[in-house]
Design a protein around this ligand. Structure first.
Ligand SMILES: C[S@@+](CC[C@H](N)C(=O)[O-])C[C@H]1O[C@@H](n2cnc3c(N)ncnc32)[C@H](O)[C@@H]1O
Length: 302
């Protein structure tokens, strides 16, 4: 008999898999009662799917698992794929451990860089913001307090739960007029042409899909609206760029998903935005791998 997944079964599966079963898209849980006299009482033996087929007849479903339930029934759990299952589990473990620590340490780890000039660069750039402004990947709120008076409405977009918690606390503590929205840059929850200014500071190095993030920034901007950016990027020096490539993987792990070797200026040029100004410089007191910096303004064509 097929039953709907319920929270008790999910917990059981979670115990078996070491995580919450209902966190997995496309996962299925079915329960079957033993047929009288079927002899189908083998604990942990194969169950039946909805059509009554034996599990062993589905070589494609590698991730199904027969579960013995206390009342004598059996359940079959099918995860979408083993690789995805482990990738998602690792992602959650990373986010709950290092991701959390990274958010907690973020302000302190950047303090010397901010003091040595990054904050001044932010202030100069953010003076360009106006109207309805969306700060994408706002982190702990390093840009707060640096926006000029021409900003009429400020929305802070941040997909990371640990960062977002700190951001909300800061907004509340400093009684700032800003909304916090948990969403990724690749899928902004705003209508087309509804924003005057989008802001990326030290974010395009980390987003999963730079092209999609820039396409979204362009989509939500009104014609003539502007994107402000301040990003550390791939070095123009081939020798240093090679080191950025070599160290990408450990850096990516340590710096919460950052890719130090991205040619972000090329990505902006390839997007629907037109570069209005672009300065190349250095992030002060940053490790060489994250030092090359670009700052500037790109516009959605009117
Ligand atoms: C290095 S921090 C920068 C934070 C802040 N913008 C600043 O200038 O200090 C990178 C931020 O990008 C966020 N992020 C990562 N992936 C993202 C995505 N797909 N969309 C939007 N933000 C993302 C991270 O959660 C993190 O808060």
């Amino acid at each position: 008999m097929l039953i709907r997944r319920d929270s008790d079964l999910d917990r059981l599966v979670g115990l078996l898999h070491g995580c919450e079963a209902n966190d997995h898209d496309g996962a299925q849980l079915t329960e079957s009662k033993p047929e009288a006299g079927s002899g189908d009482q083998d604990p942990g033996g194969p169950g039946q799917d909805e059509a009554g087929n034996d599990q062993g007849q589905h070589p494609g479903l590698e991730d199904q698992k027969a579960i013995r339930l206390p009342h004598g029934n059996k359940a079959t759990y099918r995860a979408p794929s083993r690789r995805r299952f482990y990738a998602e589990s690792m992602g959650r473990i990373y986010e709950a451990t290092w991701g959390r620590a990274f958010a907690a340490m973020y302000d302190r780890s950047l303090a010397a860089t901010e003091e040595a000039g990054l904050r001044a660069m932010r202030r100069e750039l953010l003076a360009e913001a106006e109207g309805r402004t969306v700060d994408i990947g706002a982190g702990t709120g390093a840009n707060l307090g640096l926006y000029g008076p021409r900003v009429t409405e400020l929305t802070l977009v941040e997909p990371g739960s640990h960062m977002a918690r700190r951001l909300r606390a800061r907004v509340a503590q400093e009684r700032l007029a800003a909304d916090v929205v948990e969403a990724p840059a690749e899928n902004l929850p705003f209508p087309d042409a509804s924003v005057d200014t989008t802001v990326f500071t030290l974010v395009l190095c980390t987003v999963g899909d730079q092209g999609a993030a820039l396409a979204e920034a362009a989509r939500v901007l009104r014609p003539g609206g502007r994107m402000l950016f301040c990003e550390h990027v791939r070095s123009g020096d081939p020798g240093r760029a090679r080191w950025q490539d070599r160290l990408e993987r450990p850096w990516h792990f340590l710096a919460a998903g950052c890719h130090p070797n991205r040619d972000t200026a090329a990505a902006i040029r390839a997007s629907a935005l037109e570069i209005e100004s672009l300065d190349e410089g250095r992030m002060p007191k940053a490790p060489p791998i994250a030092r090359p910096l670009i700052r500037g303004v790109a516009r959605r064509p009117a």
